[in-house]
Design a protein. Sequence first.
Length: 119
Amino acid sequence: MTTSELVARAESVLRSRGFAVNRNARVRGLSGFLHRFAPLAEKGAFSLLLDFTDKPSDILAFLAKSVDLRGYSAFIAVREDVLAELAPALGGHAGGKIIVYKDAEDFERKLEQALGRSA
């Protein structure tokens, strides 16, 4: 499953829950830096940022940029096998910001769960 396919699935889930979705969004952080996210989803005062990766180093970069953001819930979607390489180093410090999935259907379920916790 490609990142584009996952983004399309995420957009479908988000729109079905009443979110307005902006693909390839840029958000200015507290540092002044512009951060890119696959989609930005907004519903009322709630704003969600979502990223996708298949590289462990991108997880660390995401966690760093998520610290620079205020007023957003930010998540990164990572396949189980990719996270396994980095999990020992994280030591549980991701703060629920990682959506770990096995396949596309599992991703959709996990995104729904994350939305239930955040929205």
